[in-house]
Design a protein around this ligand. Sequence first.
Ligand code: FDA
Length: 958
Amino acid sequence: MEGNKLKTIEPREIAIGKELFAFLEKKKSFTDLKNVFLQLSTFDQKLQTQLFKFVDVLPSLKHKDSVAKILSEYIDESKFKVGFLVDFVSHLPIVRDVFKTSIEQLVAFLARTFICGKNIEEAKQTIAKLKKKNQFYTLDILGEVVLTQKEADFYYNKYIDLLQNIQELNISVKLSALVPQINKNNFEEKKLVLKHRLANLFRIAKKNSATVNVDTEHYETKELFFAVTKEVLQDPEFNDFDNVGIVIQAYLKDSKKDFLTWLSWLKLHQKKITIRLVKGAYWDYEQAHALQKNWAVPVFEDKALTDLNYENLVDLALNNTEYFRPAFASHNIRSLAYILKVVEAKQISKNDFEIQMLYGMLDDLKDYFSQKGFCLRVYLPYGELLPGMSYLVRRLLENTANDSFLKQGFIDKKSKEELLQAPSIKKTNLQIKRGFQNSPEIDFSLEKNRNKFKNYLNTNLEKLNAERICALIVAGKMQESFESFFTINPAKHDQVLAKVFKANIEDCDLAIKEAKKVQKDWQDVDLKKKVMAFRETAQELERQRLFFNMLLVSEAGKAWQEADAEVCEAIDFLNYYADSALETFNTNKLRSLPGERNTNRYSALGLSLVISPWNFPLAIMLGMTSASLICGNAVIVKPSSQTPLVAYEALMILLNNISKYCGSKYKAVLSFLPGSGAVIGDYLINHKDIACIAFTGSNETGMHINEAAIKARPVKRFIAEMGGKNPIIVERTADLDEAIPGVIYSAFGYSGQKCSACSRVIIEEEIYEDFKTRLVEAIAEVKYGDPLNFEFYSGPVIDQNAFKNINLYIDLAKKYGDVIAEGINSNEKGFFIEPIIVENLAADAIVTQEEIFGPLLAIYKAKDLDDALKLANNTEYGLTAGLFSRSPEAIEYISNNIEAGNFYINRPCTGAIVSRQAFGGHKNSSIGLKAGGPNYLLNFVLEKTITENTMRRGFADD
Ligand code: FDA
């Protein structure tokens, strides 16, 4: 020992890291790119985001004049020092041209930096340059969103072409490019097509000694893509074909499990493939998507955890080189140094692994690896800028994100020592979710969830039959009556689900009489007890989730995802109105002054009649009922005749909980009276003891009730949702990859039977033909059928009447317009009408003025944005509306002028979520305050304002 001095030995990976840095410092060619990102990093976060959004829209701008205009729209002048310049350039044509050119040059520069060529010829030149440096490549064809069969065929044929014509090709394939609309239902069918196509690519690759890597994309497709790859590889035809690669994303919390599952599979099948270890390219999306769905976030949320996991996976990969050829893809010098350290320690041969990097990223460092004899492979994307935009934006984000190694190293200039440290996990406070939370939908992209519901249906469907009883509930008591009818499955009209008893006038009278006896006391029941009854009902719905899903699929004809979303909404309504009652009734929002005390008191209206619709027979029914009840009213529910069973089952749960938490006498506050509108409906509407009517349904019925409510003395409170004729505007800068699926879902989800459904799409002239062609091709992928089968996008229309009615409108559409897409239309087994799209209708055509609950969509061409707005507002309704646009000015203009209660930008116009999108319309669509929002309960109460002069002989008591 040298005296007592202990020499600290530098960890090996740090020494290697320093060597890598030293190599880089000698080089200069990164400077251009670094300058661009350096410049970008001086902008604040908001400006950077605005610039990236601009870069995203740029290649789709058809008229070059709009470039400077859109740019100036994106840049918030008050925050951007060249704001004046933008203003200046947008007024002076010459300067504007120069500016426009420099922006285009910047984007062209970025494109050249990250995209190796516009076509295969240019890509080949890059390949040749790499070869000279002893560097290898894997090709990537740019393009992400594939909506139509034609587009999928285009990519598939391109892959085939490359594999056939370039010997020993190495290609990275995106499976999502091989089938249209990968994330939409028919998984099984798509899986078959994918397997067929991938097998064919493997076959050609095998013949031509090529290698096919299957890229890993979004989390929702990971399971499917791994399964497809395994099932194809399992075919004896590929026993001797190992030129295959897969990708594990270390940012995923399940990545270790994915790795180990692949390892055991490879062991079992005695195969060896390439495994590319990446951190993952879709971090922002995965996090936001999961948060919006209230799902567990699948990615680590601390960058250090991703880095640490990456290093653990490096160890695992290098421990198993018998089954894997590891390919380490990273531009993080610490991660790379760690890999080299493990390689060195384990004495792994340079032939047994690869280092991979993206084209345009850390190009200098690539030379280090190839010069030292490592196998260095460059990921080479090629293609046009428009389909390559998502790729380019991902690279921009990757280079500028605060957590990115490149930004920290080359822009923030952190010290080498700091950058090379082992990932250190921040002690994060566990994020405790507080306040109201939406019930998370089931993720049916996961096979285990699909199987669970499939098995449930297999064993429980038989319980829905003619023996099942849907009784009346008269003042809390179940009872049968002399008249009954059968509720049926609209997808198979000979299938009876239950026998439903009909209420008569005497039942109505009894329900009203008993409710009146307890309503006043019910109003005074401690709010906390009511809240507990609601919360317990919500929990019971959660426990019986699959049962209610089954009812909605069978009785309302909903596809699985739609059914489950409705159960979530019902749960949300119960919890949200419970929270809302505690908040609204326990706080006084009026101002008081010295000597003047102002308070608000709320009291119930009395007896409410809830008339609920068939299209949301659970959620809307429970929403209106629970809101009214928690305000102290007694409630009579008159369900829709098409869907009484699901309403009955839910109300039985609510009733039991009212009895359990508030006392059995309060069962009398709830009645359930199915029956004919003409007989009991009108009787109840006009009954003097009904103080409030909450209605969701057609405009015709709504207006009829409104008249009765106004004429009554005292007038009745009337709250109504009465549908719409909802437009979506597709503005010239719209991203059609988003607009087309957005329109399809809005117009044809649940066969267009939501009151929020889109029935008119108004497209700016400039992009009309492009939009129309892709929409018509994409719609061919939307399959309708019995929703018991998950494979279908949508199911039947609700009944024979609806079927007949929609067909009358279809006849009119055909007579006065031109049909551009049409599918099967048959009521032989169930009531099926596949999407129908029509153009060239007059602005005031009946078809585009009257509400039709069905999959009939009209498309219009608009001269400009004003014309589009005029067409959109040309209706007596004003429920929802949508806009697809990437122009901030257009977004602002339409937001200000559209006549709709719910306006959605760059997303579908259906699917309002409780507490996030309060729902209700303008014009003839709605009466009252919005459902699922903070003010809804005020619809169901009387508000009393009490003002007291608290001054006594000159002194105020507060
Ligand atoms: P760095 O160390 O800076 O890591 C950045 C990464 O960390 C982000 O990309 C993200 O994954 C993660 N991250 C960022 N913020 C985080 C936070 N707050 N918490 C947790 N993690 C956070 N990607 C993909 O998804 N599928 C694929 O098939 C491929 N294929 C591919 C091939 C090749 C050859 C390369 C080089 C790259 C890919 N990629 C990919 C892209 C790859 O995922 C991306 O380049 C890397 O994630 C960047 O990581 P680095 O180690 O270079 O940088």
